[in-house]
Design a protein around this ligand. Structure first.
Ligand code: ZN
Length: 435
């Protein structure tokens, strides 16, 4: 195992005019800020010495395979030392001034092997750990605040502009509309949409921005904690695109026993096309709202329609079995026909009343998922970041942040591979007091 150890003599001074140490905490913490980058630079440089020695054994020595490879031609032997080049690197431990050892490859390429060892991408000024941290913060708060937070945490700043650029280039490597092949067994597929205030402003006063469409798979529930937690995976998401853009992604959840949505025509068409074999369920939670809304269109007074919508919703959601749920739905359809509630009837015809009780027909125990409420919480998280009052995001800006936010939230494989900041490295320190 390659190991780099550097031994230091560290002097830490503490002084005050009188015997009163006012402000000692901030004074000493400034010392920490000076020491850490220095230690980091030195231990990395010591490691580099071994790295170069292993890759360029020098004339006369037998040719060995280097622990690095040429990025241009892929060679792993035949490297020569080629001087040093200074390079600044921003890291979570502060700004490092590196004197990188360069090597030359037979193909003519000259490069610094240490950078790849550190997981630093070609031409990047940021170390992977700082990059990950910046991206994490960007999914949580405005760029302006992120810049300040990084200054506090890592003693190095990235301008708002660099943060925005970082987010865009990272998001370009996160593809949430691609099919995932790693989903494994799925207990339910949930599909829902919302809108985020982004994109060019139109003259339409009802313009509510771009459509965010999300499909999530319920993998199961974790009952180990005090409350049971749903284990969710992101199946796919798109911003400002039609529902059919999710067709490839949805195919990743083809093994799902049920697909739940609010019955939106676009989603139903999407499910029919992508997963024709998966039974569909209309969200029983949405049902009350949508019935209430249609009854309002049929001019039923507030109190009556609220009570009726509730009663129908409850009769379906808490039915003892599929038959009694079907009977409740049939009774409501008959009621709507008798009273001539045209809006309500049109809605029922559109969603297909048989899709209200699918879950009970598949599994009479009623344990199958039949609402999309798990997605709603997710939508609120997205909106908290993208929809602050008075801000209108550009389409590209919102798309980038939504991708990263969702990818991070679900620890999507594309998020995991975004920065090379995980691995087996360990570090240790030991200070000995010389008296
Ligand atoms: Zn080469």
């Amino acid at each position: 195992m390659p190991k780099a150890e550097s031994t230091w003599e560290v002097r830490v001074g503490l002084a005050a005019k009188e015997f009163y140490l006012g402000g000692w905490e901030s004074a000493l913490s400034r010392v920490r800020d000076q020491i850490l980058p220095e230690f980091t630079r030195e231990s990395v440089a010591t490691f580099e010495t071994q790295l170069i020695r292993a890759g360029c054994p020098g004339r006369g020595a037998s040719a060995t395979v280097a622990p690095f490879r040429c990025r241009r031609c892929g060679a792993t032997t035949g490297f020569r030392r080629r001087g040093r080049r200074s390079r600044q690197l921003r890291t979570r431990l502060g700004r490092l001034e590196l004197q990188l050892a360069m090597v030359g490859c037979r193909c003519g390429h000259r490069f610094a092997p240490l950078l790849a060892t550190l997981g630093v991408e070609a031409h990047a000024r940021c170390a992977p750990g700082l990059m990950r941290r910046a991206l994490e913060l960007c999914t949580e708060q405005p760029y302006r605040k992120v810049a300040k937070a990084l200054q506090r945490e890592a003693g190095t700043t990235l301008s708002e502009r660099s943060l925005r650029r970082l987010v865009r280039s990272a998001a370009a490597r996160v593809h949430l509309s691609w099919q995932r092949r790693d989903l494994g067994p799925v207990r339910a597929l949930l599909v829902d949409g919302t809108r985020v205030r982004a994109g060019a402003k139109s003259a339409d006063p009802h313009d509510r921005g771009l459509e965010l469409n999300i499909a999530v798979a319920l993998r199961g529930r974790d009952h180990s904690g005090r409350r049971s937690a749903a284990r969710l995976e992101l199946v796919g998401a798109t911003l400002g695109r039609r529902w059919k853009a999710l067709v490839p992604a949805l195919r990743g959840a083809a093994a799902s026993p049920i697909a739940v949505s609010d019955g939106d025509l676009g989603i139903v068409a999407l499910l029919n096309r992508a997963l024709p074999g998966v039974p569909q369920q209309i969200c029983t939670f949405h049902l009350r709202d949508s019935i209430d809304h249609r009854l309002w269109g049929d001019r039923m007074p507030f109190r009556a329609r609220r009570a009726l919508a509730r009663a129908v919703g409850n009769a379906v959601e808490f039915a003892v079995d599929a038959d009694s749920a079907d009977r409740a739905v049939a009774a409501f359809v008959a009621m709507a026909e008798r009273h001539g509630w045209r809006n309500t009837l049109a809605h029922l015809r559109q969603i297909g009343p048989q899709h209200l009780t699918t879950w009970l027909h598949i599994d009479p125990s009623g344990e199958l998922e039949h609402t999309t409420s798990l997605i709603e919480r997710l939508m609120r998280e997205v909106n908290r970041r993208v929809d602050p009052v008075g801000v209108r995001w550009s389409r590209a800006g919102a798309d980038a942040i939504v991708r990263l936010l969702l990818a991070r939230r679900f620890d999507h494989p594309h998020w995991r591979r975004l920065c090379h900041d995980r691995g087996p490295a360990t570090a240790w320190a030991e200070l000995r007091l010389c008296q």
